[in-house]
Ligand binder design. Structure first.
Ligand code: HEM
Length: 529
């Protein structure tokens, strides 16, 4: 068996069998009673009815009947791997989080790569965003960097997440998956909510069909706040850079792979690790001053539909991750792992990005259902590698056996009852931040620029890549039944690039709308990069 650096699945004897479930040589019931016959039900005579007293039959079938847990509401299909992250010390000035700051410190990680819209059994090489979620088992608690392989997101406010996902997932009536491949509701959404234009053009580019999980970049997307030992703060964006470089499939390759081997990416990751070709990524940060405006060079750092070009803020490498171990049990590890943007360690904080704030509610909430109650941090893959002493009690699937009388802190009943550690002892203490404003549902005006960065992205591509983008829009929009949606999509493309719009219009057999002036305050400087 492969070595799992996190130790999950390796608590049993050397033969890899878990003594809690696979001990002894004889077949038993879950209660340890030896079973000599598991192929025939207990009956009243060879041709008689099956008897209710057959406890083995009932227990065996009851357990089978409940083998499935709900798939994730998004990112249902994924593949995971264990590995190690090693900090190079470059982040010591900006954060006190040892996982990032301590030169040479090795932190075990578990990574889950995923598609977003397909179900658990869907094909790997579809055009979609890919999840890139990393769980760092740090000595200061668990930190999750729950990112994607694209640096921007479709929406600016989490309140729209159910809507964009409903627009992309299967129709209620026909259960035909929308993905970016079938089609009206997805294109209806992204052309009515034009903040989605930037993420959509990334999807339509070669980034939407990666060659391998091993050749994908990863992005934290949101801006995060780092805090150093002197309680000084800066704002950062996280980037994973694959040592193998970024590679994509052509559309034709993706189609063939989906038919010939729907598990193409899952197999590729597993086989590479099994063969010892361990995939590696550098983790880098773009660093920005933590100003009250939370902008950099005119770019709103709280807007998750915007990037900061690397020409303006270079990515500084702060460590390297290598994936060295396949899961020994897909369900126990890849399926049950629970990532959460709110899993932070001292020295790393979130920001007021309204998408991030909503995610901080959503992950815990969905896992409560998906993993059957509030005790999922006790599942082996989710267990922190730091001591836990949390005063929680009971609940479904509780495996901890808490003792003592007083599950509250401080108390004067249980001797030695712990007090929370403070800042100086490594406790998580948020840096003070002023909050002001009138309660309301409005967004900042800077969130209205939906087109200058998609235009910049398109302009940055080679002519071959641009043709791939035009072909992708033409194919995907060609699947729409509603002419009005195609026409609206062309008006959006006209705001990105007139030539792109003309090519797609020609492909769809529709007139290209005349280029309109961009309505919203775009940043002309960005077009020049
Ligand atoms: C799952 C990334 C936005 C809700 C995931 C996963 C990733 C991810 C990588 C898969 C985790 C895994 O492998 O288990 C992102 C990124 C986002 C984003 C990068 C934007 C920047 C949102 C928003 C919401 C949301 C806005 C809700 C308001 C969920 C839910 C799951 C999920 C419910 C399933 C979690 C589970 O069942 O364990 N997301 N997501 N995501 N995401 Fe997001």
């Amino acid at each position: 068996t492969t070595v799992s650096p996190t130790g999950v699945g390796h608590e049993g004897p050397k033969d890899g069998r878990d003594p809690r479930a696979q001990a002894g040589d004889a077949l038993t019931t879950p209660n340890g009673v030896r079973i000599p016959d598991s192929d025939h039900s207990l009956k009243a005579g060879p041709r008689g009815p099956v008897l209710l007293e057959d406890f083995h039959l009932r227990e065996k079938i009851m357990h089978f009947d409940h083998e499935r847990i709900p798939e994730r509401v998004v990112h249902a299909r994924g593949a995971g791997a264990h590995g190690v992250f090693t900090a190079n010390g470059a982040a010591a000035k900006v954060t006190r989080a040892a996982v990032l700051a301590e030169k040479g410190l090795e932190t075990p990680v578990f990574v889950r790569f995923s598609t977003v819209l397909g179900s658990r059994g869907s094909a790997d090489t579809v055009r979609d965003t890919r999840g890139f979620a990393t769980k760092f088992y740090t000595k200061e608690g668990t930190w999750d960097l729950v990112g994607n392989n694209m640096p921007v997101f479709f929406i600016q406010d989490a309140i729209k997440f159910p809507d964009i996902i409903h627009a992309g997932k299967p129709h209620p009536d026909r259960e035909i998956p929308q993905a970016q491949s079938a089609h009206d509701t997805f294109w209806d959404f992204v052309t009515l909510h034009t903040e989605a234009t930037h993420h959509t053009i990334w999807n339509m580019s070669d980034r939407g069909i990666p060659r391998s999980y091993r050749t994908m970049e990863g992005f934290g997307v949101h801006t995060f706040r780092l805090v150093n030992a002197d309680r000084e703060t800066c704002l950062v964006k996280f980037h994973w850079k694959p040592r193998l470089g970024v590679h994509s499939l052509t559309w034709e390759e993706a189609q063939i792979a989906a038919g010939v081997d729907p598990d193409f990416h899952r197999r590729d990751l597993y086989d590479a690790i099994e063969a010892g070709a361990f995939p590696e990524w550098d983790l880098g940060i773009q660093v920005f001053p933590d100003t009250p405006e939370e902008t950099f060079e005119g770019i709103d750092l709280l807007d998750p539909t915007k990037i900061v070009p690397e020409e303006l803020a270079p990515v500084q490498v702060i460590g390297t991750m290598v994936l060295t171990g396949n899961p020994t049990n897909f369900f126990a590890e890849t399926e049950q792992v629970a990532f959460h943007t709110g899993h932070l360690v001292p020295g790393i904080e979130g920001t007021n990005d309204p998408l991030l704030q909503g995610r901080n509610f959503s992950y815990l909430d969905t896992q409560l259902t998906r993993l059957g109650g509030p005790n999922f941090t006790q599942i082996p893959i989710n267990r922190p590698h730091a001591p836990v002493n949390d005063n929680t009690r009971d609940g479904f699937h509780q495996h901890g056996i808490h003792t003592g009388q007083a599950p509250y802190t401080p108390n004067s009943v249980d001797a030695g009852s712990p007090f929370p550690s403070d800042w100086s002892e490594g406790g998580y203490v948020n840096v003070p931040r002023a909050v002001s404003g009138e309660v309301g549902r409005s967004a900042p005006a800077s969130f209205d620029d939906h087109f200058s960065q998609p235009a910049m992205f398109y302009a940055s591509l080679t002519s071959v890549e641009q043709q791939h983008v035009a072909d992708a829009y033409t194919f995907e929009l060609g699947k729409c039944y509603e002419q009005s949606i195609k026409e609206r999509a062309l008006t959006v493309l006209a705001k990105i690039d007139a030539d792109l719009c003309a090519r797609v219009a020609a492909g769809l057999g529709l007139p290209a709308p005349s280029p309109e002036p961009v309505e919203h305050g775009e940043s002309p400087a960005l077009r020049q990069i």
